[in-house]
Design a protein around this ligand. Structure first.
Ligand SMILES: Cc1cc2nc3c(=O)[nH]c(=O)nc-3n(C[C@H](O)[C@H](O)[C@H](O)COP(=O)(O)OP(=O)(O)OC[C@H]3O[C@@H](n4cnc5c(N)ncnc54)[C@H](O)[C@@H]3O)c2cc1C
Length: 544
């Protein structure tokens, strides 16, 4: 019998203690297992480094990240100083500035950080969301790889930019951004209108970009058309020319405004007007779309896969902990079959997504981290096929994981009941809003579904789609592979990309479901390869 109690003694502290002391790496047997499997003989050193790194992510940086998306600290812009100088100063939350300094100074792109160390550290960081730092990290990686891809230039400034971003100069690490989207269509980079006017050895940029994230960055990869040309090139524009950062004198551009966004709100995304900014061409000025898509966007898309895995692991773990803690109608939430089943399904999705992200990254490393600009190259056809496999997996991973992540975080929030939508009860509402952004940036779903279809059609002359499907799904149960191969062959004969009519609408729907199911078979196989019988997150927490 329950009697009245004036001083209700209810407390969440037991849940909070467990949640807040959880170390993202040390306390997650599944993640440790994955790291051990993939890092091979580097494991011992890596394990030690991660044990040192993880507490910072799991406690200090987590707490800082939780404070950045509050409405009262959203990024703001001050256009003029008190003496009528145009400065376009971006004011960001103090927590983001601290996070940025501390995380960038880890030298994640430096030669002293091994590729697996880089990947797993970023994976751990993704559990905190905080795109004020994670977006510029992805952009900086794109800038570095682009500069390394085109080393033969006569521009010492580009070497300095590479050094600044990769190894740091006097302890200061350069930050990159990527400005491609214009008002008339972000997906359609070939329709860019921004002008790059030749000026001596370099160029001057004129025109506008409509989605410019990481506005605090030191350098931006900018796509533009050279004066008189109908082709788009890729350029690097410094935010400030040497010596001007301290004086707050920007390099020939103004920031019109900072956008008001539903997610990644701590990240300043702006609209920019170039008025003669100095810029340097990177790679052939008529192959900018291929460079931007094949290198810069591909890396950002790869990051979406691990970001989705990281966010899901965190959301599901916290839902599991809450399910173990919270009593309703006299029993723990997790003891209701309805909840237990949902938790199990969520845990499987989080692990499957994470295992898939590790497997795709492993393929990237096995290919020497070399990305390809365009579909074809001079390499032997077997190597081209491997590069094609990676390209398509990255596209499929981007759309599948970004889509599922929103769903899984929403389900995790529902385990918390009304507390699930309270911004100061957990980080889940923030992660949920950020996940919605993942579906849109770095290529929205339909653009990538189209790209995969076109790639398979174009490559069919030298790479049979059936061979592609069987190779990528190698190891999965035979009947699943055969089914996907047959479906793919059928779908490539259907009017998926033609004009809208009954038949093409049906085919388009089938294509969308096919891509989701195809990548899921890949992820399930990745999960099996971790050892299959490993405890799920659910069991490992229950068995403590
Ligand atoms: C928070 C945020 C930050 C961003 N930051 C940056 C940034 O820093 N730099 C940058 O360059 N961009 C940035 N973007 C822009 C982003 O990359 C674009 O929004 C995206 O490329 C889509 O462009 P769009 O918004 O103009 O949509 P559109 O290109 O107009 O697309 C609208 C719809 O049409 C569909 N569509 C387009 N083409 C096809 C096709 N061929 N077949 C079928 N459907 C199609 C799309 O799927 C979408 O549903 C950011 C976006 C967001 C949300």
């Amino acid at each position: 019998m329950t009697l009245p109690h004036r001083d209700n003694p209810y407390s969440f502290d037991q849940f909070l203690t467990r949640r807040n002391t959880f170390d993202y790496y040390r306390d997650d047997p599944f993640l440790r297992e994955l790291v051990q499997k993939y890092s091979g003989d580097q494991w011992e050193t890596l394990h030690q480094r991660l044990l040192e790194f993880s507490p910072r992510v799991s406690y200090r940086w987590r707490d800082l990240a939780d404070n950045v998306a509050r409405p009262e600290v959203l990024p703001r812009i001050q256009h003029y100083d008190g003496h009528n100088h145009r400065i376009d100063r971006i004011a960001r939350p103090r927590e983001t500035e601290i996070l940025e300094r501390e995380i960038f100074s880890q030298g994640l792109f430096s030669a002293r950080t091994t590729p697996w160390e880089h990947f797993v550290k970023r994976f751990l960081l993704h559990q905190n969301g905080e795109f004020g730092v994670m977006c510029p990290l992805a952009c900086t990686e794109g800038l570095i790889v682009l500069l390394k891809y085109y080393p033969d230039h006569d521009t010492p400034e580009l070497d300095q930019i590479l050094l600044h971003c990769k190894e740091g100069i006097d302890g200061d690490f350069g930050i990159g951004a990527q400005f491609m989207s214009e008002i008339q269509g972000g997906s359609d980079i070939p329709s860019n209108l921004l002008e790059a006017r030749p000026d001596g050895k370099g160029y001057r940029l004129y025109g506008s970009k409509f989605f410019c994230s990481a506005m605090q960055a030191d350098y931006a990869v900018v796509t533009a058309r050279v004066t008189g040309s109908d082709k788009v090139g890729t350029f690097v524009a410094p935010a400030w020319l040497p010596g001007d950062k301290e004086r707050e004198r920007r390099n020939g551009y103004v920031i019109n405004r900072i956008k008001w966004k539903m997610g990644t709100s701590e990240l300043p995304t702006a609209e920019v007007e170039y008025q003669g900014a100095a810029a340097y061409a990177v790679g052939p000025v008529d192959r900018g779309v291929a460079s931007a898509v094949g290198i810069v966007l591909t890396l950002s898309r790869l990051a979406v896969g691990s970001s989705s895995g990281g966010a899901m692991l965190r959301a599901v773990r916290e839902a599991l902990l809450y399910g173990r803690f919270r009593d309703v109608f006299g029993q723990k939430i997790q003891q209701f079959p309805l909840t237990a089943r949902q938790l199990e399904e969520m845990a499987e999705a989080a692990q499957r997504t994470t295992a898939g992200a590790f497997k795709v990254y492993d393929m990237f490393l096995r290919q020497g981290r070399k990305l390809q600009v365009g579909l074809k190259s001079d390499e032997p056809v077997e190597v081209q096929k491997q590069r094609f496999n990676l390209r398509e997996l990255i596209l499929m991973q981007k759309i599948s994981t970004a889509h599922e992540c929103v769903d899984i975080i929403r389900k995790a929030m529902s385990i918390f009941g009304g507390h699930g939508v309270m911004e100061d009860f957990s980080s889940l509402p923030r992660l949920y809003r950020d996940a919605a952004v993942h579906e849109l940036w770095e290529g929205p779903r339909n653009v990538l579904l189209t790209q995969i279809y076109r790639d398979l059609q174009r490559a069919a002359r030298w790479y049979d789609p059936a061979e592609f499907a069987a190779t990528v799904l190698n190891g999965a149960p035979g009947h699943q592979v055969e089914e996907r191969v047959a479906q793919l062959n059928e779908l490539l004969k259907k009017p998926v990309l033609s004009v809208p009519n009954r038949a093409s609408l049906m085919a388009a729907g089938e294509w969308e479901s096919f891509c989701g199911r195809f990548f899921r078979v890949y992820q399930e196989q990745a999960l099996r390869e971790v050892g299959g019988e490993k405890p799920t997150i659910n069991e490992s927490l229950t068995n403590e």
